[in-house]
Ligand binder design. Structure first.
Ligand SMILES: [Zn+2]
Length: 340
């Protein structure tokens, strides 16, 4: 190990359960963090400082003022600039640890791009806020034998579960369908900022064990906790269910569904449009839209304001239309101003 690494990670190498060998494995490993919100920013910070050699940060959204209460890598200027979260997070972390590789992916994780984004990962961490994306990750990870760590944080409670394909139950074994409260998100019922911190700390610990080759130490329990009551509950995680559609029957339906329909972003009063993926020149589009409303542009995102709507356009043609939950209206705004 380089003396610079031995110095930087000295407090971690001293931890007997990890040691220098475990640290070296971390340095040689890679992790993907899907979603850079409350969970994802904490996960990325922890794994970056821990010396995971390569981090891929995926997020489809941009920084907003309401994120600053809990999303620990962002500052006010990121929200003012409307920077994509993946870019803002990677920028910040490059200042924390310049010895590791950090890849920012401003993208919506879909069946089309999941192979490129998650392929080859040593572990995948769930920083998303919806079951649709989690089922997609579960299918991909189970199919390819990649461990992944589920995490949920809402209001004052959280849940953590590690999926070791072939060894433990997968997400579909435990939740064959999205829980009926699946639409309860931090956008609708809020979230205390200590919840993502504690949930992500548990997730990151699992990831460190997996990446350091300490698989036997991985928790075989589903942990639920409530920071308000202070109660922590753990149940034994079952083994793979032979009847499970994903890990039992190996029917990976979520990987087949190349969905491109507009998606409402729950509780955000916004719709995402991603029907016509293509390269868009933001500068050019900005010049065209200038006479029609207020336009702001940076290399990552274009913001076009036509009250009561606001269109945020990414270079891959994806857009988030704020001010409506009506997908039809959002599509027509997209068609009118951006073009299909
Ligand atoms: Zn399963």
């Amino acid at each position: 190990m380089r003396s610079r690494d031995r110095q930087r990670y000295s407090r971690q190498i001293l931890v007997r359960a990890l040691g220098e060998e475990g640290q070296q494995r971390l340095l040689d490993s890679s992790a993907v963090i899907a979603g850079c919100g409350g969970l994802g920013t904490f996960l990325a910070d922890a794994l970056c400082r821990a010396g995971v050699g390569r981090l891929v940060l995926i997020d489809r959204d941009y920084v907003e003022f309401s994120n600053l209460q809990r999303q620990c890598l962002y500052r006010e200027s990121d929200a003012e600039e409307g920077l994509p979260k993946a870019v803002a997070a990677a920028r910040r972390l490059a200042e924390v640890n310049s010895d590791i590789q950090i890849q920012a992916e401003v993208a919506d994780l879909t069946a089309d791009n999941i192979g490129r984004l998650l392929g080859g990962a040593g572990v995948v961490l769930d920083g998303t806020d919806n079951f649709e994306t989690r089922y997609l990750m579960n299918d991909f990870c189970v199919k390819n034998g990649i461990p992944w760590v589920y995490g949920g944080a809402v209001a004052t409670y959280g849940t953590v579960m590690t999926v070791l394909p072939g060894e433990t139950a997968c997400l579909k074994c435990v939740y064959p369908a999205a829980p009926s409260n699946g639409n309860v998100t931090c956008e609708t019922v809020g979230v205390l900022n200590t919840v993502p911190a504690v949930v992500a700390a548990l997730q990151a610990s699992e990831a460190i064990k997996i990446l350091a080759g300490k698989r036997e130490a991985v928790s075989r329990r589903i942990t639920s906790l409530d920071v308000w009551s202070g109660l922590v509950r753990q149940i034994k995680q079952p083994g793979p269910d032979p009847e499970c559609a994903a890990c039992g029957r190996r029917e990976f339906v979520h990987l087949d569904a190349a969905r491109r329909a507009p998606v409402t972003l729950c509780g955000r009063n916004a719709v995402q449009i991603h029907e016509a993926p293509r390269q868009v020149n933001l500068e050019e589009t900005a010049r065209r839209l200038q006479p029609l409303g207020q336009v702001r542009v940076n290399p990552y995102v274009l913001r076009f304001s036509i009250p009561p709507y606001e269109i945020t356009l990414f270079p891959d043609g994806r857009a988030i239309i704020k001010g409506t939950m009506d997908t039809g209206l959002a599509r027509s705004l997209y068609a009118r101003y951006i073009g299909m």
